[in-house]
Design a protein around this ligand. Structure first.
Ligand code: PLP
Ligand code: COI
Length: 365
């Protein structure tokens, strides 16, 4: 670490960590988001006192007052990041400064206190190093990091809370989507939107995901993997998936991704791929793209590829799109050339197999 964190994190390692044999079995094929490691870092906040009582401790259930604001008015924000293992065995994070910044942008939107960026990163660094033995052995595995903040003050009046808790914990993960599928199928939500102008669409708050669950459930019941949302005003511009940004690749080699209009999450993968694609000389435009145009271009063959991107999903091809009165395939229905190429470039940087020209990789040891 280049800087000294603003608050010392007291270390209270787990008194009885998971036995080796159980851990090794758990990380062989962990799936996504269900295999949790032994430790977490917690930091408390009180108005007037600031952040205090930072500790690395055994991962355990929380004791919350039933009146804690988060349980009633949903003052909650989170981040999603991964720790990667480099070629030489070192652990590394990818652009953690961007997650720290976005966490604070979300905090401002949800009227929550900001956490100093160096403390955010140090908490993650210590938790990853404490549980590095949980790194999954499955191909493409990583430690998925989930930092979050909740309002803990017991108070039922509606105003920003005066007490908060920051926690970061880890899960050993493989791929987000089921293995073996060549591409994902997505469902266009007709009746529901995710975010409106002036709302919380650009913040990473739990409420956005709660609002996505009915349309996601509709799509899943019909056999699709994710839901795609249209804008809330005209119901025509494609915004993003419930948990990923989208890119469209055309037959002239150019690419479009929806602009950061305030209603979509400013993805760090999205930003990194724009940079990498432009370095390749590709014309990447941040431009609105309508659902009708998407269907017309996929049908005419002008659109060659579509892919979703995010920390959990990395870069995932979209092969089929369905909705009420909508149904079309994209390209061959499998991974396209540019999608594969960009995914490989990104993963190679994240895992230390390609030069890190932008200083995106932070080695932890
Ligand atoms: N959009 C939404 C709604 C997300 O939940 C995510 C995942 O974090 C993304 C986009 C992609 O963001 P990132 O690339 O920073 O993980
Ligand atoms: C991530 O990609 O980190 C997310 O938070 C998205 C979620 C669907 C897991």
């Amino acid at each position: 670490m280049a800087t000294t964190p603003t608050l010392e994190i007291a270390s209270q390692p787990h008194p009885a960590p998971t036995p080796d044999a159980d851990r090794v079995a758990a990380i062989a094929d962990p799936g996504f988001g269900q295999t949790f490691t032994d430790h977490m870092v917690t930091i408390d906040y009180d108005e007037g006192k600031g952040w205090h009582s930072a500790q690395l401790c055994a991962r355990a259930p929380l004791a919350l007052d039933p009146a804690a604001s988060v349980l009633h008015y949903a003052q909650e924000i989170f981040e999603g990041m991964k720790a990667y293992k480099m070629e030489d065995g070192a652990m590394a994070l990818f652009r953690p400064d961007r997650n720290a910044q976005r966490f604070n942008e979300s905090a401002r939107r949800l009227a929550m206190p900001e956490l100093p960026e160096d403390l955010f990163i140090e908490a993650i660094r210590q938790s990853v190093l404490a549980d590095r033995d949980w790194f999954p052995t499955v191909d493409g595995g990583s430690l998925y990091i989930r930092p979050f903040m909740i309002a803990t003050e017991p108070f039922l009046g509606v105003r920003p809370a005066r007490q908060y808790k920051f926690i970061t914990f880890l899960t050993a993960v493989g791929g987000y989507f089921k293995a073996g599928a060549p591409a994902v199928s997505i469902w266009v939500s007709n009746d529901y939107t995710r975010a409106a102008p002036g709302g919380t669409g650009a913040a990473k708050c739990g409420g956005n995901y709660a609002a996505s669950l009915v349309p996601l459930g509709e799509g899943m019941a019909k056999g699709h993997d994710q839901v795609v949302f249209l804008d809330a005003v005209e119901r025509k511009w494609i915004e993003e998936l419930g948990g990923m940004n989208l890119f469209y690749v055309f037959d002239d080699g150019s690419m479009i991704t929806p602009p950061l209009s305030g209603t979509i999450l400013p993805g760090i993968t999205r930003d990194s791929l724009i940079t990498l694609a432009r370095e390749e000389g590709l014309d990447v435009r941040e431009e609105r793209y309508s659902i009708d145009q998407w269907e017309a271009d996929a049908t005419s063959g002008r659109l060659m590829e579509t892919f979703a991107c995010g920390t959990a999903a990395v870069v995932t091809p979209v092969g089929h799109v369905a909705g009420e009165g909508i149904g079309f395939d994209i390209g061959s229905g499998g991974p396209g050339q540019l999608t594969t190429n960009l995914r490989e470039k990104l993963v190679a940087i994240q895992r230390g197999k390609a030069e890190d020209r932008h200083g995106w990789v932070m080695r932890l040891d």
